[in-house]
Structure formats: C-alpha cells, structure tokens
Design a protein around this ligand. Structure first.
Ligand code: SF4
Length: 372
C-alpha cells in the first residue's frame, strides 16, 4: 500500500513566511499544468505501487482547483490506481475558499479530511503574513464544513510569531481546541532566507520572537493539548485518539509514497525522488516524458540517519530493532547522557523523546547521525 501526494502549485497571494513551491501568476498555463499532473499520475502508476491507502492534496493551494479539475484528477486516480475503500483523502483548504458550493464538490469527489490553514487568531498577524483571509473566515469555514458533515478536520496554527505573547498563544490554544476539530498541526515560525519575512526582519520592520518564549509556547502547546484530550503523535501534530493523519504518519514511519506535481518528493523504500521545482520545466518535461525529476539511492548511513530523525519525532519512537547496526560504545554513551538529562526514555527496544527532549529533537538526532 502506498500514499499518494499531489502538489498543487498555485496560490492567490504570496504569504510572507512561505518558501514552498507555488506561483501566483498561473492562469495562462493552469490547464497545461493540470494536464501534466494527470499525465504524471498515469506515468507513475505501476502494478507494484497502484494500491493506495491515503491521498493528500497539498501545495500551494489545492482549494483553488475547480470542480472539473478535481473531477479530472480523481477520475485519473481511480482509473489507474486501486484506492482502498476506507482511504484517507486529505485536502488542504484555505479559509477564503470554504463555501457551501466548494464543500459539496469536495465531498462529492471523495475528500474525507480537511486541513484548514487558520494560522493565527489575530487579524493583525494575518495582515503582516499577507494571508488572504480573516480569522472570521477561518472560523466560519470550520463551522460550515462541520455542518456539511466533515468529521475529520485539521487546523494549522503557527506560534513563535513576532510580538505574540504567551498569554495570546494560550488564548489561541483554548479557542482552537474548543472548535470541535479532530486534529491540530502547530508549527513554530521559521524565518526562511528567501522570503519577504526575512526581508521585513532584516529591515527591522518585524522583531523575531525570543527563542525562550518560543520554547515556553511549545511546552504550553503540549500541556493544553493533553488537557483537551489530544495526543501529540509527532512533534508538531496532535489529534484526538485514533485520528492522526495516516498520510503524514507514513512519512514519519518511513513507508513508501508517490509524490505528483512540481517539487513533490517520493520514496519507494530505498530511493528518494524529487520533481523539478519549476512549473514550466515540469509541464514540458512530463509532456515529452523527459526527465523532470532527480533520484538518489539512500546510502546505509543516510537510511539509518533518516530512521533516527523521523522515528524520534513520533510518539511511536525509534524502533531499535529496525536499525541494521547497533549503536557504538560512543553513541551509547551519548544516549546515556541524553537519558540522564531526561531528554529520552528507552524501553521495549524503543527510544522515545520526553517533552523536554522534544525541544532538542533535531540536535539529539544529529548527535546519533553517521556520516558517509
Ligand atoms: S497559501 Fe500556503 S503555500 Fe501559498 S503562499 Fe501561503 S503559505 Fe505558502
């Protein structure tokens, strides 16, 4: 069974903090890109990978897609892949696109999980973020989706925002957990180099949040999530029991997935593959069936490093029996030190980070990496 990811590289506006692959001037080549996406779906289907358990529409902004575009994509998927009857089909929706008409279309094509990019409960934040919605749009959209029968809804929030106090973050958490949604993805703001946000910070128009405050906000997130019955199953992801994202969990569990669309990544169990991050080159490449992607076979060390990095991010922990080689004496000493600091626990052949350890997840993983 595989997961299928589709990257829809269209956005109405350029959010200041975003470094994903997307274009805001796509109307004149929109149909040729959708055709290429559909063609890639056909080209990538093989007998060994055509059994699909999860589908995820990400971007960019999938909710920009029209009914006919969505129908074309779904028809192609169902013609060329075997989609499990209980497949999780997730769709990222921007609040400004959530209308009765769109929700009805999304439901009719089989989408059964919405991921709604609320991002913050402050209109002033949404303004410097250059988002296309207001807080009220997000809240109305969630209510509408619930009324139309969507019972698996995830909300995205960002914390560690410039000027965001701990009290403001606490209030946002109280508000989000009272919305009756099933899942929360909460990310700490990162200032990526080639973004408008980086420019605003360098020009001193925005003051980045203090790292200590960001850590306090993260720990508050863990506390609030627990108090509302949400399980933290990955560093940035929380759900009601049994309602974690199956698609994203397959990434963290190191399972195979197929990525379709410009910039999409794929993994077949041994090899990573990534599509070109350019809409024109992608469309032309797929059209001529010429190389529109690159591949890389993971070395034994890279494979192991990824197992460690991904495993430590999850509630399931790093499965030590899955590691091909045991830890060396030096690595073991490092692990003992992390355990002494109460950053991780070891039991039943699983290494699991503590709440404190989650603040240092990347550093802990990096300390156990092996270089080629
Ligand atoms: S809508 Fe999403 S993908 Fe598009 S620019 Fe904003 S954050 Fe990035």
């Amino acid at each position: 069974m595989s997961g299928l990811y589709l990257h829809i590289p269209f956005c109405r506006k350029r959010c200041t903090y975003c470094d994903f692959h997307f274009s805001t001037t796509f109307e004149n080549y929109r149909s040729s890109l959708i055709s290429a996406l559909v063609q890639e779906l056909v080209l990538r289907s093989t007998k060994s990978n055509n059994s699909i358990q999860t589908i995820y529409f990400g971007g960019g902004t999938p909710s920009i897609l029209t009914e006919s575009e969505l129908c074309l994509i779904f028809t192609t998927i169902r013609q060329h892949y075997i989609v499990a009857p209980d497949a999780e089909i997730s769709f990222e929706a921007n609040p400004e696109d959530i209308t009765v008409e769109n929700l009805t279309i999304w439901k009719s094509v089989g989408i059964n999980r919405l991921s709604i990019g609320l991002q913050t409960f402050s209109d002033a934040d949404l303004q410097w973020m250059n988002r296309a919605h207001l807080v009220s749009d997000g809240l109305d959209g969630i209510k509408l989706a619930q009324q139309l029968g969507f019972d698996n809804i995830s909300v995205d929030l960002i914390y560690g925002l410039p000027g965001q106090s701990l009290a403001a973050w606490q209030a946002s958490l109280d508000a989000v957990f009272k919305l009756g949604v099933q899942h929360l993805s909460a990310y700490c703001l990162t200032i990526e180099p080639k973004t408008a946000l980086n420019h605003l910070v360098r020009k001193k128009k925005l003051q980045p949040a203090d790292e200590v405050l960001q850590s306090e906000q993260f720990l508050e997130l863990l506390t609030k999530a627990k108090s509302f019955g949400f399980e933290q199953y990955e560093i940035s992801n929380f759900s009601l029991p049994g309602l974690h994202s199956k698609h994203n969990s397959s990434y963290w569990k190191f399972l195979p997935y197929i990525g379709i669309g410009p910039s999409a990544h794929s993994f077949d169990g041994t090899q990573r593959r990534w599509n070109v991050r350019n809409n024109t080159i992608y469309t032309k490449g797929v059209g001529k069936n010429e190389q529109w992607y690159q591949t890389e076979a993971l070395s034994a060390n890279e494979y192991r490093n990824e197992q460690i990095l991904l495993g430590l991010r999850t509630v399931w922990g790093l499965d030590l029996t899955a590691l091909k080689e045991a830890f060396t004496i030096k690595e073991n000493a490092q692990i003992v030190e992390f355990a002494r600091l109460n950053w991780l626990t070891l039991a039943d052949q699983k290494m699991i980070l503590t709440e404190e350890g989650k603040l240092h997840a990347d550093g802990i993983a990096a300390a156990l990496f092996r270089l080629d």
